[in-house]
Ligand binder design. Sequence first.
Ligand SMILES: *[C@@H]1O[C@H](CO)[C@@H](O)[C@H](O)[C@H]1NC(C)=O
Ligand SMILES: *[C@@H]1O[C@H](CO)[C@@H](O)[C@H](O)[C@H]1NC(C)=O
Ligand SMILES: *[C@@H]1O[C@H](CO)[C@@H](O)[C@H](O)[C@H]1NC(C)=O
Ligand SMILES: *[C@@H]1O[C@H](CO)[C@@H](O)[C@H](O)[C@H]1NC(C)=O
Ligand SMILES: *[C@@H]1O[C@H](CO)[C@@H](O)[C@H](O)[C@H]1NC(C)=O
Ligand SMILES: *[C@@H]1O[C@H](CO)[C@@H](O)[C@H](O)[C@H]1NC(C)=O
Ligand SMILES: *[C@@H]1O[C@H](CO)[C@@H](O)[C@H](O)[C@H]1NC(C)=O
Ligand SMILES: *[C@@H]1O[C@H](CO)[C@@H](O)[C@H](O)[C@H]1NC(C)=O
Ligand SMILES: *[C@@H]1O[C@H](CO)[C@@H](O)[C@H](O)[C@H]1NC(C)=O
Ligand SMILES: *[C@@H]1O[C@H](CO)[C@@H](O)[C@H](O)[C@H]1NC(C)=O
Length: 329
Amino acid sequence: MELHKHINPPLFFTYLCVHALILHSCLGLRLSGNETDRLALLEIRARITEDPFGVLNSWNATVHFCSWHGVTCSHRHQRVTRLDLRSLKLAGSISPHVGNLSFLREIYLQNNSLSNEIPQDVSRLRRLQDLLLQNNSLSGEIPSNLSSCSQLIRIAFSFNLLVGRIPEELGTLSKLREIAIHDNHFTGSVPKSLTNISSLEIISATGNNFSGSLPDTFGQMTNLFVLAFDANSLSGTIPPSIFNLSSIRIFSVTYNQILGTLPSNLGVAFPHLEFFGIGRNQFSGPIPVSLSNASSLRHLGLGGNRLHGKVPSLENLHSLERLLLAATI
Ligand SMILES: *[C@@H]1O[C@H](CO)[C@@H](O)[C@H](O)[C@H]1NC(C)=O
Ligand SMILES: *[C@@H]1O[C@H](CO)[C@@H](O)[C@H](O)[C@H]1NC(C)=O
Ligand SMILES: *[C@@H]1O[C@H](CO)[C@@H](O)[C@H](O)[C@H]1NC(C)=O
Ligand SMILES: *[C@@H]1O[C@H](CO)[C@@H](O)[C@H](O)[C@H]1NC(C)=O
Ligand SMILES: *[C@@H]1O[C@H](CO)[C@@H](O)[C@H](O)[C@H]1NC(C)=O
Ligand SMILES: *[C@@H]1O[C@H](CO)[C@@H](O)[C@H](O)[C@H]1NC(C)=O
Ligand SMILES: *[C@@H]1O[C@H](CO)[C@@H](O)[C@H](O)[C@H]1NC(C)=O
Ligand SMILES: *[C@@H]1O[C@H](CO)[C@@H](O)[C@H](O)[C@H]1NC(C)=O
Ligand SMILES: *[C@@H]1O[C@H](CO)[C@@H](O)[C@H](O)[C@H]1NC(C)=O
Ligand SMILES: *[C@@H]1O[C@H](CO)[C@@H](O)[C@H](O)[C@H]1NC(C)=O
């Protein structure tokens, strides 16, 4: 009250109003959203143990967090919408507090040396569209309730040390276009639920240890144009429905134990085919002559199988760069 004696009435009135506003937001939300974001970012910084370029020095109190390196905020509410700390040689782990950045749409942490697990708390980010964590040293399994992030468009976990199965639940991510999980230690079968995602365009799963056969419903993914499962332990036959996917451009399953014959209309069924790699499997039967119709073909790898018959005419294949036919590779 001592203080108020020295304040003139109009100013005091302003003071009260401001105070009332703050009080109101405090009562309503406890922490205003932007304060939650600031605290979460500080927790994220605290888990980074190495920052050789010193980019996190800019994460200090003299500047608003929306101006911190790699942080993008929405204009209206000053909430963090993007966290971009890619290729900065950062070491440490990903703080579970990232799950408090409730307006986050994009996480770009690829090309660092982050270790430990992907925090389960990521699943609280209901607006998340891009989760790019490739090329780190992340271990553990994919959080099964990542499926709660229903807006996800791109998942990139490739080049990490992840283990376990692909959670069935991911099949509910109805907006997903790309899932890149190559070069990890994933096991188990490819969940059938994934083929429910009709928006899926790219599945890149090379260099894991997936087993069993590809689900027979693969052909449901009518937007799929990249299918890469090289160097796994897949067996069984290629589900016939795949040959209905006339958008396929890259089909690569080299180094597996897949059997069966190739459909004679292959080159016509996949008119946009650029890369066809099935080497080192157990395919048998004739080489489809229709491959000569796939005029965009750059790479044709058939070696290491038990295929026979004539090599298709290469006359129309103006883009062909590699042709691998050796019986053993
Ligand atoms: C949080 O938002 C309030 C009102 O929108 C603003 O006055 C305050 O400066 C903001 N604080 C931070 C740390 O951004
Ligand atoms: C805080 O960040 C600003 C802006 O990046 C930078 O100029 C300043 O040196 C930083 N302060 C400290 C103490 O690191
Ligand atoms: C933020 O996240 C952590 C861990 O998920 C949690 O313990 C904490 O209560 C959350 N809320 C705030 C406001 O920090
Ligand atoms: C990762 O780093 C390499 C080399 O520094 C660069 O060529 C590549 O584009 C980066 N990848 C991503 C996804 O940022
Ligand atoms: C992985 O990141 C490192 C830098 O941390 C980079 O040199 C390398 O090229 C990246 N590899 C890939 C495949 O992006
Ligand atoms: C995800 O699972 C973790 C641990 O089981 C739990 O703490 C978290 O609340 C779950 N998140 C959602 C969105 O269900
Ligand atoms: C695919 O989606 C349908 C409809 O939502 C559901 O009934 C079915 O169980 C799903 N299939 C798989 C394999 O998850
Ligand atoms: C891959 O999985 C198969 C079948 O589960 C198993 O027999 C094999 O030992 C595994 N290979 C590696 C390298 O883990
Ligand atoms: C391929 O598509 C045709 C026409 O849509 C359909 O009749 C046929 O059953 C499909 N084949 C497979 C194996 O899914
Ligand atoms: C496939 O190629 C052959 C020989 O070039 C040609 O006669 C035939 O019309 C082509 N078929 C289709 C469906 O394009």
